[in-house]
Design a protein around this ligand. Structure first.
Ligand code: SF4
Length: 466
């Protein structure tokens, strides 16, 4: 693929090459740098700059912007609010511009003029990045964070692409999985003591960690406290995404273990949609779990919702948001539906009436709702095949932002991941990354963890002591 073809694909992913209109790109350096992009039929875009060194760095981006602009004009395409930014983590671009010496003013100009962002998305990005900067540490390995993946769920949601195995079909693997996880926790705990590591945050995700109950849960959390907690640990989170898993007993175990944050994820406040996407709980289950969690005294509750679920239009989203405002959680994570390859919904996309064209209306509703309950956006990311080319945004009350979410999203801290589907990210001072993946399947994880553990710990040790 030529550079021009690659640039076209990056802004018009379905473009095909062969017979058709000719695109021509010319770049000339003389006194000034001039980039011209034209499409047969008279559509043309150009830019001229006298700052040659800056221009040389920007040529590729300008070609992409020019291609996007002439295609929009020729084919009457709606302008993308994210301009030519196609990456999953647009915040990373802003962090790297700041770290290479750009001022905030220059960053804003680059976002508007080089990447073609809409003024609103530019403001959002700048706002989010500004809030994230205080979370970063000078050394990505001091402190570190810990993730533990529990890959079981009550049932599998149709849009799910995570490591999530239904209890009905895979519950018999749970005991073996917990035994294997215990050995991984002990090995990482020994490494923490050996290297005197500081652990900033601990996060149990999955799956739904609260599918583990009673003494199994009590033993797991007590082992985590004993092995992984350090005096520097500031944040302890457990995802309890499925409200039907939150009994009073479970909540008391979480509270006694010192868990400070949990997620109770309604996704929608419509029973019909919940059934349609394979979640076997009701809206009342969400309300009950929320009330019980407040009674148990777990300080911070996050709620996740998804915009663009099958059959839902802006009025459904408005109702969901209104009900969430009544509950007033401390965090609200707003996902725009992404049809990932591993989801059943992607396989049955013909059955799903997905309101892609209305995505931006729904995103605006969510932003207004979050603001009404005093929340601010503090992390965001995008996904392939996401509703309307939009984004996922984490909102929080100003004193309730999740450190782990920022560290995980921005990849500026080493995260040691244990359990099913855990992805360890070893971050170097130059912010390069090495990933070590654990198997997703609980059976494979249980079989392989013992044989691969020494090598994994050696790799982490080598990274942390290099
Ligand atoms: S609750 Fe979350 S992890 Fe579990 S099946 Fe549903 S989307 Fe997947």
């Amino acid at each position: 693929m030529t550079t021009t073809e690659a640039a076209i694909k990056s802004v018009v992913p379905k473009a095909r090459f062969g017979q058709g209109k000719e695109v021509s790109v010319t770049v000339s350096f003389q006194e000034e740098l001039h980039v011209n992009v034209s499409l047969e039929g008279g559509y043309c875009w150009s830019i001229t700059t006298s700052d040659i060194s800056d221009g040389e760095r920007r040529v590729k981006e300008w070609i992409r912007l020019g291609i996007q602009r002439v295609f929009q004009e020729c084919y009457d395409l709606a302008p993308s609010p994210w301009g030519t930014l196609t990456g999953v983590r647009p915040t990373k671009l802003v962090h790297s511009l700041l770290e290479s010496g750009s001022s905030w003013k220059e960053v804003e100009q680059i976002l508007l003029q080089v990447y073609g962002l809409s003024p609103y998305k530019k403001d959002l990005l700048v706002d989010v990045v500004n809030r994230q900067r205080p979370f970063f540490h000078a050394n990505p390995n001091n402190p570190v964070s810990i993730y533990l993946g529990i890959p079981f769920c009550p049932t599998r949601c149709s849009y799910c692409s995570f490591a999530a195995y239904p209890l009905a079909s895979h519950g018999h693997l749970l005991k073996g999985f917990l035994t294997a996880l215990r050995s991984e926790i002990q090995a990482v705990g020994a490494l923490i003591r050996e290297l005197d590591l500081k652990v900033e945050t601990i996060y149990l995700g999955g799956g739904t960690p609260t599918t583990v109950t009673g003494n199994d849960l009590r033993d797991l959390l007590s082992l985590i406290t004993q092995e992984l907690y350090t005096p520097e640990t500031r944040e302890y989170t457990v995802e309890a995404g499925r409200p039907e898993t939150l009994s009073w007993e479970t909540l008391c175990i979480l509270k006694e273990a010192g868990v400070q944050r949990i997620s109770i994820n309604p996704q929608t406040m419509h029973d019909q949609t919940l059934r349609r996407v394979g979640r076997e709980h009701t809206v009342d289950d969400v309300r009950n779990a929320y009330d019980l969690t407040r009674q148990a005294g777990i300080p911070i509750i996050n709620m996740d919702i998804i915009l663009g679920l099958p059959g839902e239009e802006p009025e459904h989203v408005a109702y969901t948001l209104q009900e969430i405002e009544r509950l007033e959680p401390d965090n609200l994570t707003v996902h725009s539906l992404a049809l990932k390859r591993a989801s059943q919904l992607k396989a049955n996309v013909g059955e799903a009436a997905i309101a892609h064209a209305l995505g931006d209306v729904m995103v605006d509703l969510a932003r207004e709702s979050a603001s009404r309950i005093g929340m601010i956006p503090y992390y965001l990311y995008r996904q392939r095949h996401i509703l309307g080319g939009l984004e996922n945004i984490g909102y929080a009350k100003p004193d309730a932002m999740s450190i782990y979410n920022v560290q995980m999203m921005e990849e500026k801290q080493t995260i040691i991941a244990l359990g099913g589907g855990g992805m360890t990210k070893l971050v170097s001072p130059d912010l390069s990354l090495v990933r070590l993946a654990n198997p997703k399947c609980p059976a494979t994880y249980s079989q392989q963890v013992a044989s691969g553990l020494d090598e994994k710990v050696d790799q982490i040790r080598a990274h942390l002591t290099s």
